[in-house]
Write a protein that binds this ligand. Structure first.
Ligand code: PGA
Length: 221
């Protein structure tokens, strides 16, 4: 059986020291978590990937690691970009086409498709994000995260019934995908979503920054 993914998207938060402090807190608070059916994926910014990965490995923490973005280009003369091949040994997953990337950095369905293909070519599992049922989902992406922009960081999640209808509509256009919901998910509302059909996980921003809160979110169901 596939595990439910809990993707902790730290966005542009945490220094290296703060990232380590989170992992220390997780070690204390997360020791009793039942992760038989769940997989927690920590997604720090690029600067902390190696340190976080090393810490997880050295301390045998039950955590996977993901990036928040990759370049659409191969390794080369692209100042400021990070190619998939440069981080393929550091991460298991990569978030692609998050709403913030689409809105602030003008990523399109075409960019998302190029990045998904880069991830797949480098053995990284892409989490392809869509803002609504009209976005395209690249063929190779298995995981699709529905992230309605108005629910992100607003404290007002999309309703479970609307999330379900978006999953269904995406499923009819792009069969055999696994669906993830993201947008103001907290320990207090996650139970409203866990029984949606074809739900494969959650993408969590604000509530993933604090280890105690993340552990609570994982343990309420
Ligand atoms: P949020 O972020 O949980 O802070 O709303 C969600 C996201 O960016 O996916």
């Amino acid at each position: 059986m596939n595990k439910t993914l809990i993707i902790a998207n730290w966005k542009s938060h945490k220094t290296i020291e703060q990232s380590i402090a989170f992992l220390q807190d997780f070690t204390t608070n997360g020791s009793g978590l039942n992760l038989a059916n769940k997989e927690i994926v920590i997604c720090p910014s690029f600067h902390a990937l190696a340190t976080v990965g090393n810490y997880i490995e050295r301390n045998h923490l039950p955590l996977k690691i993901g990036a928040q973005n990759i370049s659409e280009f191969f390794e080369g003369a692209y100042t400021g970009e990070v190619a998939a091949s440069q981080i393929k040994n550091l991460v298991d997953y990569v978030i692609i086409g998050h709403s913030e990337r689409r809105e602030t950095f003008h990523e399109t369905d075409e960019t998302v498709e190029k990045k998904v293909n880069m991830a797949l070519a480098n053995g990284i599992v892409p989490i392809a994000c869509v803002q609504n049922e009209n976005n395209a989902v690249p063929e190779g992406a298995i995981y699709v995260a529905y992230e309605p922009p108005c629910a992100i960081g607003s404290g007002i999640p999309d309703s479970p019934s609307h999330v379900q209808s978006v999953f269904q509509s995406l499923d009819s256009r792009f069969p055999r995908k696994k669906f993830i919901y993201g947008g103001s998910v907290t320990p207090d509302n996650i139970l409203d979503y866990v029984s949606l059909s074809s739900l494969a996980g959650f993408l969590v921003g604000g509530a993933s920054l604090d280890a105690t809160q993340l552990c609570r979110l994982v343990s309420v169901w």
